[in-house]
Design a protein around this ligand. Structure first.
Ligand SMILES: [Zn+2]
Ligand SMILES: [Zn+2]
Length: 415
């Protein structure tokens, strides 16, 4: 079956996360989005684990569901933050863990309880190295999957410019062979990651990292396989293009750290401009935050546009609410936009609307400008001022750009 999976989200027990991120609300929104497999997030938080145990019932091997929302499956997932020093530098790494069973999830939680505070945050923070986390998970079960999260963001990621590493090996040493996948994050897409031959062996996953229900599925993975934990893990580990069909991507320019810059001064720089400015903000003279594009170029050994053999295709989308907001020329959080979004997704789920409906079908359910906006996204006729230093990029579907812009990448692969 076709599975659209979003495997990195947070519950209400994580910092800066919406109170609405409870299992029933997550499931309801997942259905509206067209996601049929979603990570629980935060399973190491004891109160949340209790609501997982009480609220979910077992479905297929390693997967769970709510009894009254049987179209959506849950997988046990958590993100962990490790902050430690290695070779004289401070490292801050976020890592996703996928657990094969409730028993394994509970055992990991027990072990982590002894190492720090799992109550403080749904994304717990520890002072030991990320490789120790990997060893601990594998010691409990070889079926855990450990995935470096949003691998390129400057703070808190394996390749981040501020506190990361230059390779998987530098971080995980002899245990690197157990790293089967990395998460590309919102500010990078697979096309950028293909420029590193060092990543040819790992699968590239895309997830939303949602902190509120409406953000679910802004990135996702599309599989064609049996619905079970072992089948999905095998699909990821094998990178079999018959089963791992494609990933759904943000236009990476829209991500918060695509370009370099200094937010306080409103300074956005391309990697080349940063080199010319010697890494310093031309307004205040302080160091700029080096973004994802720059870091990819630093570590890449291939030119832009290189497509490795067996690469899983990608498809760039813009969330429907943002398209509606652009089409109606209203803010994304206005009642008019919410109402139109709800009306459309009462008829079809969001991914069906964005990817599958024919133009004729779209005309029937969508405002003409919204239908035109969806068409433009499908044709990658999108203008985006790139995000930088924590500021999201800005999309324009209908106006001419007012400032220097980058054009979205061309749609790859299948499309
Ligand atoms: Zn994170
Ligand atoms: Zn500055």
């Amino acid at each position: 079956m076709r599975i659209i999976a979003d495997l990195h989200i947070h519950s209400r027990y994580s910092r800066a996360t919406s109170k609405e991120m409870t299992l029933p609300t997550i499931a309801r929104w997942a259905r509206r989005k067209g996601i049929n497999l979603v990570g629980t997030g935060d399973f190491t938080h004891p109160q949340y684990l209790k609501s997982i145990e009480e609220g979910l019932v077992p479905a297929e091997d390693g997967l769970f569901m709510l009894e009254d929302e049987p179209t959506v499956r849950f997988m046990l997932t958590v993100e962990v933050s490790n902050i430690y020093s290695q070779a004289g530098s401070l490292r801050k790494i976020h890592t996703l863990l996928f657990a094969p069973s409730l028993k394994a999830a509970k055992e990991l939680t027990e072990r982590l309880k002894a190492m720090g505070n799992v109550y403080a945050d749904g994304r717990p923070v520890f002072g030991f190295p990320a490789v120790e986390l990997l060893k601990m998970a594998l010691d409990i079960s070889e079926d855990f999957l450990v995935v470096p999260a949003h691998a390129w963001t400057p703070w808190f990621s394996i390749f981040g410019s501020k506190s990361g590493f230059d390779s998987i090996e530098e971080c995980f040493g002899d245990y690197s062979k157990y790293i089967y996948a990395i998460e590309t994050g919102l500010s990078s897409n697979p096309e950028m990651n293909w420029r590193l031959s060092a990543l040819d062996g790992v699968a590239l996953l895309s997830n939303s990292d949602a902190h509120s229900p409406a953000k679910l599925g802004r990135e996702a993975n599309v599989f064609e396989c049996e619905s079970s934990y072992p089948a999905i893990m095998d699909t990821i580990k094998s990178k079999d293009p018959e089963r791992f069909l494609f990933t759904i991507e943000f236009f990476p320019e829209e991500g918060k750290y695509h370009y370099d810059g200094h937010r306080e001064c409103g300074v956005v720089l391309s990697p080349e401009e940063t080199r010319k400015a010697r890494g310093l903000c031309p307004v205040c003279g302080r160091e700029v935050t080096v973004g994802v594009m720059n870091r990819v170029e630093e570590l890449a050994d291939r030119p832009p546009g290189f497509v490795p053999e067996g690469a899983i295709p990608q498809r760039s989308l813009i969330p429907l609410e943002e398209i509606v907001a652009e089409a109606l020329a209203r803010g994304v959080n206005t009642a008019a936009v919410k109402k139109e979004y709800r009306r459309m997704t009462d008829a079809y789920d969001e991914f069906t609307i964005l990817m599958d409906l024919t133009e004729e079908e779209l005309q029937k359910i969508a405002h003409p400008m919204v239908a035109e906006g969806i068409g433009r996204v499908r044709r990658a006729q999108v203008h985006i001022s790139p995000g930088f230093d924590g500021e999201f990029g800005k999309i324009k579907l209908f106006e001419e750009p007012q400032r220097p812009e980058t054009k979205g990448p061309t749609q790859m692969g299948l499309f």
